[in-house]
Design a protein around this ligand. Structure first.
Ligand code: NAD
Ligand code: TYD
Length: 365
């Protein structure tokens, strides 16, 4: 089947890095479903955040190939680009959790900076082989590179100066600058997308929305940082996948595109919305109403107050807008976590409990 929105008769050959993670696996599923003639190769190191189960249904396909490996492994990347004749890289692989970057930043520098550099450099060397085939290096980044907004500030545009505040966002900012420099210096067709907080299925349990959802189902405390007034702009993951699809087809090399859900919500309001939805959809909750479980805990160091995206550019230049409201998206997400206990239960492993204890201490155990 060829996508109806973007008829594209020429089959592509894509390398998706980080395709076993949250957004990467949603995107890989989306792409394989809509572009069945394309060759899709996933390169993923399967860190704690990567889960081969997310792609298990694709294993039998002729056009799909999963490689367990590190983006910092240059010989491996060179070999894959060459033997698979890759034309498009969609680069998701990253260490992605701010709290982990505060506890242990080393892996963030290695994967996000050195790993992105390794991919860019390998793609530059590979480029002459595929120069005629509409090549693209799509670097998937975050709105966190822009820093924190005050309540009355206008949302981030592509012109907002970078001001990253955590080791995570600083490492992503550095990788964005590298991607930009490869276009300006070597004319390698890179495009950077900066998106807001995603949510949806296959989201690892330690991030806010899955954490709250699972803790409600288990009757555990719901740890809200600080005063709960921090604001995030929530984007349903499949809307993000559609935005990336649009950028792959219509994006202009050397450009940046902000992608946002146009749904700013305070953390405490979001957690209360989730409580109400889970109370409604789940039949056997240990604690009901689940709002009783909300527990304010010590704030995250350097916690950014507000993120908000102005997505006018991608709307006017490429024709993308988000289609899922936060209420709809949260309901779909809660429904998915209710129906997929077998997916998340094994992830609450000893390693996860150790991480949990280290981050939250005994206050919410
Ligand atoms: P995730 O943590 O769920 O998944 C990351 C994936 O990358 C995992 O499968 C992991 O195994 C893999 N990986 C990590 N290090 C690797 C390495 N060295 N080599 C190969 N694979 C490696 O992340 P996510 O939430 O899916 O985010 C994907 C991308 O989107 C990241 O670049 C992130 O910065 C960006 N982003 C995420 C959000 C969000 O809300 N989740 C928002 C904006 C931007
Ligand atoms: P998170 O999902 O970690 O995304 P990010 O920090 O990249 O925006 O967190 C989203 C918001 O929720 C952020 O303001 C931090 C807050 N938060 C809590 O209040 N409690 C928690 O247990 C977690 C994980 C996050």
């Amino acid at each position: 089947m060829v996508s109806e929105s973007f008829p594209d008769p020429h089959p592509r050959r894509l390398l998706i890095t980080g395709g076993a993670g949250f957004i990467g696996s949603n995107f890989t599923q989306y792409w394989c479903e809509n572009y069945q003639s394309d060759r899709v190769v996933v390169l993923d190191a399967l860190t704690y955040a990567g889960n081969p189960q997310n792609l298990a249904n694709l294993k039998a396909r002729d056009n799909f190939h999963f490689v367990r490996g590190n983006i910092c492994d240059r010989p491996l990347v060179d070999e894959l680009l060459k033997t698979e004749a890759i034309e498009t890289i969609v680069h998701f692989a990253a260490e992605s959790h701010v709290d982990r970057s505060i506890l242990a930043p080393d892996a963030f520098i290695q994967t996000n900076l050195v790993g992105t550099f390794t991919l860019l450099e390998a793609f530059r060397r590979h480029f002459p082989r595929i120069a005629e085939n509409n090549p693209l290096f799509l670097h998937v980044s975050t709105d966190e590179v822009y820093g924190s907004l005050n309540p009355d500030d206008p949302p981030f545009t592509e012109m907002t100066p970078y001001a990253p505040n955590s080791p995570y966002s600083a490492s992503k900012a550095g990788s964005d600058h590298l991607a930009r420099s490869y276009f300006h210096t070597y004319q390698i067709p890179t495009v950077i997308t900066n998106c807001s907080n995603n949510y949806g299925s296959y989201h690892f349990p330690e991030k806010l929305i899955p954490l709250m959802c699972i803790n409600i189902l288990l009757g555990k405390p719901l740890p809200v940082y600080g005063d709960g007034q921090n604001v995030r702009d929530w984007l349903y993951v499949l809307d993000h996948c559609r935005a990336l699809e649009t950028v792959i087809h219509r994006g202009k090399p050397g450009e940046m595109y902000n992608i946002g859900g146009n749904h700013e919500v305070k953390n405490i309001d979001l957690v209360k919305m989730l409580c109400a939805i889970v109370d409604e959809l789940a039949s056997d909750l240990p604690v009901r109403p689940s709002e009783q479980l909300i527990t304010f805990v010590k704030d995250r160091p350097g916690h950014d107050r507000r993120y908000a995206i102005d997505a006018t550019k991608i709307k006017t230049e490429l024709g993308w807008t988000p289609s899922v409201t936060v209420e709809e998206g949260l309901r779909k997400t809660v429904r998915w976590y209710l129906d997929n206990r077998h997916w998340w239960q094994p992830l609450l492993s000893e390693e996860y409990q150790t991480y949990y204890q280290k981050l939250y201490g005994n206050s919410v155990l």
